[in-house]
Write a protein that binds this ligand. Structure first.
Ligand code: NAG
Ligand code: NAG
Ligand code: NAG
Ligand code: NAG
Ligand code: NAG
Ligand code: NAG
Ligand code: NAG
Ligand code: NAG
Ligand code: NAG
Ligand code: NAG
Ligand code: NAG
Ligand code: NAG
Ligand code: CA
Length: 756
C-alpha cells in the first residue's frame, strides 16, 4: 500500500479622439423607495375601497378601525387587500403602517393568507410577524421581508383576532414597496480593462480597451509614482462578441519590472491599478482552499482560524435550531413520487454529517462533491508529479484549518472532510433490497445513497472516488477509500441504469441530473487503474465509449463540468504516472483538447476560452485553463503556459465589466455574493436579519450568465450581452452565487498559477 497514488476518485494627442473611449456611467445608488405603492388606498382617506374588512369597520381620523369581539379566533377577523400585487420570490419588500389597539395585543400579518389544509400554516412563511405588538398608543411599524413564493396575485392580510377582550384595533398609512433598482446604470468600470490583481513578470501582459475608434490609440504605462515607464499603440480588435462592444488590446508583456500600483492610461482615462509580481498567486492558492473550510458542515468554524466574524457553531448536527444530518432517513415514497416521478424509499437511516455545503444554500450533494474533491486532490497530486511545483508548500500547516498540525497535508485534510461525507452516502453493504420503479433492487454498495430530505444527491449511479494518496499518510483511510471505490464500482456495474432525477421540484436545492454515466465509468475506471494497475480497470478504460471519442467530445466546447467527467479522466491518465495501454494517444488527446480551447481564445479579446456564458461561467473558463495548464505541465511548451495565464486575466477584471470575480482580489471585486453564510448585504437591506459577514477573501462568484433569472437580474440585466450579464447583488443567485465546484476550479488553477 505504498504508492502514494491518490485520489479519487491602455495619451491621446488629439482631444477629438478622447470622446471615442467608451464612457463610464456613474452607478446610481439603489433607493429603497420609489416603486409604486403596491397597496392601494392604504390611508383610508375615502373609505375602504380595495379592502375587505371583517367585521366591517369605520374610519376615524384617517385610520380604519375594527371592533373585534372578545374571543374572536385569530384568523376570524382581518383587514385584507382585494387588489392584487405581484410577489416576486426572494425579492425584498418594505411594509409600513401605523396601528393601535384599545387593549395590548399581537397582530399577525401574512401575504396570501394561510393554508387550512396545512393546519393553518402561512402560505408564505417569510412574512412571519406574529409578534407585532400593538399598544394603546398609535405607533409606526416597519418590516422588511422576502417572499418564499412567486405569486402574481398576492394579497396582504392583517389578522386581528385572538384577544380575550373586545378590542378596537386601528390601522392606517399602510404602504408596501418592492425594492427599487431603477434607475440603474451598470458600472462597467474604466474603459481600460486589466487584471486588477496583476501580471506575472515573466508572463503575458495584455489589457483590453473599449473604444469606438477603428484606428490605434496611444497608451502609457505608469508606475505607482505616476512615472511613464512604457508606451505604445493599441491594436484595434473590432467587435468583441463577448460584450458586443468595439475593443482594442494593449500588449505590455515586455515590461517585466516588479511593482505595485501600475496603471495604464489612454486618452486621459486610467485603468484600475495592478501589480507586476512573481508571487501574485501565492495567497490565492491558500485563500481559495480556505473557502472550503468555511463551507464545512458538521463542525464549528473556529474564530482563531478565520476571524471572529466568520466563526459559527457546527451546522446540521441535530442540535437545535439546526436540522440534523446525523440520523437521516431516505425520503418518503410519496416524496419520491413527486420528485422522481417514481416510487423509491429505503428502510435505513444514515449518519451523513460532515461534507461541504454545496453553494449559497445549505444543501449537500455527492455529484458536485465528487468533482470538487477531485479537483482539490488533483491540485495536491500535481505537486507530486508536475515539474516545477511547490510540493513542499502543500503540506501540513499550509492552510488555516483545524487539521493544520496533524502531520497530513492540509489539502488532503480538507478534501477528506467531503470524502468522509461521501463515504457515508454510500448505500450500506447488505442493505435490504430497495423499492425502485415498483421492483426491489439490491443497491448495496452503490456510490451514493439517494436523497436526504431536501438534500438531493445522485440517485444511485456510481460517482467515482478517491484513490489513495493517503496511503503514505493514513494507510487505513486509503484502504477504506479503495475498498469503498471497489464496492461502489462493482455495484454500479451491476445497476448501470439508475440515474439521478431531472428535477427535485420544490423540495429545495438544485438537481444534478445526468443520464449518461459512461463518463463516470470512464473516470472511475481510470482512477482505479491508476491506483491499482489492475487489468480489469485497464480493460474498462480501453473499452469505454469515451476512450476513442473525438477531441470535442472529450474536451467539450466551453469546458468540462460535473456531467462530463471524461475530461478529468484523461487529464489524470495523461498527467499521473501509469502504464495504461495507449497512454501516448491520451497525452496527444489532452494536447489537442488544449489546442481546441486556445483556438477559441485567439478569437476573444479578453483571454476567454468560452463564447457563451452559462450559469457559473467563471468555472467554465477556469476548467478550460486547467486543461491548457495541464498541457503545459505535460509538454513544458510555454505556448500553453502563456495561454493559461491569459485566461486568468478575465477572472480578475479583464472583461467588459472590469469585474474581478474573486472577493478582495482587485479594486472592483465581487462582494455581495449569494450565500446564506456570507449575505452581509442582506443584513444591511433587511435590518432584522441576523448580521452575517461578507464573503471571505478568495471566494468567487459564478459570473456572467447570459440567461440570468433572479429578482435583481430581471430588473437590471434585461437584454444584456454575454460578459455584461452580471450584477453584484446578494439576491442574484443566477450570476453571483458561490459554489464548491467553482471554488475547486479556482483552487486548482490558483495552485498551478502560484507555481509559475
Ligand atoms: C390580478 O392580477 C392579474 C394578473 O396581473 C390580473 O389579470 C387580474 O385582473 C388581477 N386581479 C385583481 C382582482 O386585481
Ligand atoms: C417606512 O418606515 C421607515 C422606518 O420608519 C422609513 O425609513 C421609511 O421611509 C418608511 N417608508 C415609507 C414608504 O413611508
Ligand atoms: C413564526 O414565528 C413564530 C415566533 O417566532 C414561530 O414560532 C413560528 O414557527 C414562525 N412560523 C413560521 C411559519 O415560520
Ligand atoms: C386574484 O385574487 C382575487 C382576490 O383573491 C381573486 O378574486 C381573483 O380571481 C384573482 N385573480 C387571478 C387572476 O387569480
Ligand atoms: C385568554 O383567556 C384564556 C382563558 O382565561 C387564557 O388561557 C388565555 O391565556 C388568554 N389569552 C390571552 C391572549 O390573554
Ligand atoms: C458584435 O457581436 C455581437 C455578438 O455577436 C453582435 O450581436 C453585434 O451585432 C456585433 N456588433 C457589431 C457592431 O458588429
Ligand atoms: C518585446 O521585445 C522584443 C525584443 O526587444 C521585441 O522583439 C518584441 O516585439 C516586443 N514585444 C512587444 C509586444 O512589444
Ligand atoms: C407512489 O406512486 C405509485 C405508482 O407509481 C403508487 O403505487 C404508490 O402508492 C405511490 N406511493 C405513495 C406513498 O403515494
Ligand atoms: C421496509 O420494511 C417493512 C417492514 O419490514 C417492509 O414491509 C417494507 O416493504 C420495507 N420497505 C422498503 C422500501 O424496503
Ligand atoms: C510502468 O512500467 C514500468 C516498467 O515496467 C515500471 O517500472 C513502472 O513502475 C510502471 N509504472 C507504474 C505507475 O506502474
Ligand atoms: C509549442 O506549441 C505550439 C502550439 O501547439 C507549437 O506551434 C510549437 O511548435 C510548440 N513548440 C515547441 C518547441 O514544441
Ligand atoms: C377612492 C380612492 O382613493 N380610490 C383609489 C384607490 O387606489 C387606486 C389605485 O391606486 C386609485 O386609482 C383610486 O383612485
Ligand atoms: Ca494537516
Amino acid at each position: 500500500m505504498v504508492h502514494p497514488i491518490f485520489l479519487l476518485v491602455i495619451l491621446l494627442p488629439a482631444v477629438a479622439q478622447c470622446s471615442r473611449l467608451d464612457k463610464r456611467q456613474t452607478p446610481v445608488e439603489n433607493e429603497a423607495l420609489g416603486t409604486p405603492n403596491l397597496v392601494h388606498n392604504g390611508s383610508f382617506t375615502d373609505g375602504t375601497p380595495g379592502w375587505t374588512v371583517e367585521p366591517p369597520g369605520f374610519i376615524r381620523e384617517g385610520m380604519l378601525c375594527v371592533v373585534v369581539p372578545a374571543g374572536t379566533a385569530p384568523k376570524a377577523s382581518y383587514i385584507e387587500t382585494t387588489q392584487n400585487f405581484t410577489q416576486v420570490k426572494n425579492d425584498i419588500y418594505y411594509l409600513n403602517f401605523t396601528a393601535s389597539a384599545s387593549h395590548a395585543t399581537n397582530l399577525w400579518i401574512q401575504t396570501n393568507g394561510y393554508d387550512p389544509s396545512a393546519g393553518g400554516a402561512p402560505v408564505d412563511p417569510n412574512l412571519n410577524t406574529t409578534q407585532v405588538p400593538l399598544t394603546t398608543s398609535l405607533q409606526p411599524f416597519s418590516f422588511h421581508f422576502s417572499p418564499a413564493n412567486q405569486e402574481n396575485n398576492s394579497t396582504l392580510t392583517f389578522f386581528l383576532g385572538g384577544s380575550n377582550f373586545t378590542n378596537e384595533i386601528c390601522l392606517g398609512d399602510i404602504s408596501l414597496h418592492r425594492i427599487n433598482r431603477l434607475p440603474y446604470h451598470q458600472d462597467v468600470g474604466p474603459a481600460i480593462k486589466v487584471n486588477q490583481h496583476g501580471y506575472l513578470p515573466n508572463g503575458p501582459k495584455i489589457a483590453t480597451v473599449m473604444s469606438q475608434s477603428d484606428s490605434s490609440l496611444s497608451w502609457n504605462l505608469l508606475n505607482s509614482h505616476g512615472t511613464l515607464v512604457m508606451s505604445g499603440q493599441t491594436h484595434p480588435f473590432g467587435n468583441d462578441t463577448g460584450s458586443g462592444r468595439n475593443v482594442h488590446t494593449i500588449d505590455f508583456t515586455n515590461h517585466t519590472k516588479q511593482g505595485s500600483g501600475y496603471t495604464l492610461e489612454v486618452a486621459g482615462e486610467v485603468s484600475y491599478p495592478f501589480a507586476i509580481s512573481s508571487t501574485l498567486y501565492t495567497s490565492l492558492r491558500q485563500d481559495s482552499m480556505e473557502f472550503f473550510y468555511q463551507q464545512r458542515s458538521g463542525i464549528a468554524i473556529d474564530a482563531e482560524l478565520v476571524g471572529y466574524q466568520y466563526a459559527r457553531p457546527a451546522g446540521h448536527i441535530n442540535v437545535f435550531p439546526n436540522q440534523g444530518d446525523v440520523v437521516t432517513p431516505c425520503q418518503y415514497e410519496w416524496e419520491s413520487n413527486v420528485t422522481y416521478l417514481e416510487p423509491w424509499t429505503c428502510n435505513y437511516t444514515l449518519d451523513v454529517s460532515q461534507g461541504w455545503y454545496d453553494a449559497g444554500d445549505l444543501g449537500k450533494y455527492v455529484v458536485n462533491g465528487g468533482i470538487s474533491t477531485a479537483q482539490i486532490l488533483m491540485a495536491y497530486e500535481r505537486s507530486l508529479y508536475a515539474p516545477n511545483n511547490s510540493s513542499n508548500l502543500l503540506g501540513d500547516g499550509f492552510l488555516r484549518i483545524p487539521e493544520r498540525s496533524n502531520g497530513y497535508p492540509d489539502f488532503l485534510d480538507e478534501a477528506r472532510w467531503e470524502m468522509e461525507f461521501m463515504l457515508k452516502m454510500q448505500v450500506p453493504q447488505n442493505s435490504p433490497p430497495q423499492l425502485l420503479n415498483g421492483i426491489y433492487i439490491d443497491m448495496s454498495g452503490m456510490g451514493a445513497s439517494p436523497p436526504l430530505h431536501s438534500r438531493n444527491t445522485e440517485h444511485g449511479s456510481y460517482r467515482s472516488y478517491e484513490r489513495k494518496i493517503w496511503a503514505k499518510f493514513d494507510s487505513a483511510f486509503a484502504q477504506r477509500c479503495l475498498d469503498a471505490a471497489r464496492v461502489g464500482y462493482a455495484a454500479a456495474k451491476a445497476n448501470p441504469a439508475i440515474y439521478a432525477p431531472g428535477t427535485d421540484w420544490d423540495l429545495g436545492g438544485g438537481a444534478y441530473s445526468d443520464d449518461d454515466v459512461r463518463d463516470e465509468f470512464y473516470w472511475a475506471a481510470a482512477e482505479l487503474y491508476i491506483t491499482t494497475s489492475e487489468a480489469e480497470f485497464e480493460n474498462d478504460v480501453i473499452s469505454n465509449y469515451y476512450h476513442t471519442a473525438n477531441v470535442s467530445t472529450l474536451f467539450p466546447q466551453g469546458g468540462f463540468g460535473w456531467s462530463s467527467m471524461q475530461t478529468l479522466a484523461q487529464l489524470d491518465l495523461a498527467a499521473v504516472p501509469n502504464n495504461v495501454t495507449g497512454r501516448d494517444a491520451i497525452i496527444e488527446s489532452v494536447m489537442a483538447g488544449a489546442e481546441q480551447y486556445m483556438a477559441v481564445q485567439t478569437t476573444q479579446p479578453t483571454g476567454v476560452f468560452i463564447t457563451s456564458y452559462p450559469w457559473g461561467s467563471n468555472s467554465n473558463q477556469l476548467n478550460c485553463i486547467q486543461v491548457v495548464a495541464t498541457a503545459y505541465d505535460i509538454s513544458r511548451n510555454t505556448t500553453y503556459r502563456t495561454s493559461a495565464l491569459l485566461g486568468m486575466d478575465y477572472i480578475f477584471g479583464r472583461n467588459a465589466l472590469s469585474q474581478s470575480y474573486v472577493h478582495d482580489y482587485g479594486t472592483k471585486t465581487s462582494s455581495n455574493m449569494h450565500s446564506r453564510l456570507f449575505a452581509n448585504e442582506l443584513s444591511r437591506l433587511i435590518p432584522q436579519n441576523p448580521i452575517v459577514p461578507s464573503p471571505p477573501k478568495g471566494a468567487m462568484a459564478g459570473g456572467a450568465n447570459e440567461s440570468p433569472d433572479d429578482p435583481p437580474a430581471n430588473d437590471v440585466l434585461k437584454n444584456c450581452v454575454g460578459q455584461l450579464c452580471y450584477v453584484d447583488d446578494v439576491n442574484s443567485y443566477s450570476t453571483n452565487e458561490v459554489a464548491i465546484n467553482w471554488g475547486s476550479a479556482l483552487a486548482w488553477v490558483a495552485s498551478w498559477a502560484a507555481d509559475q
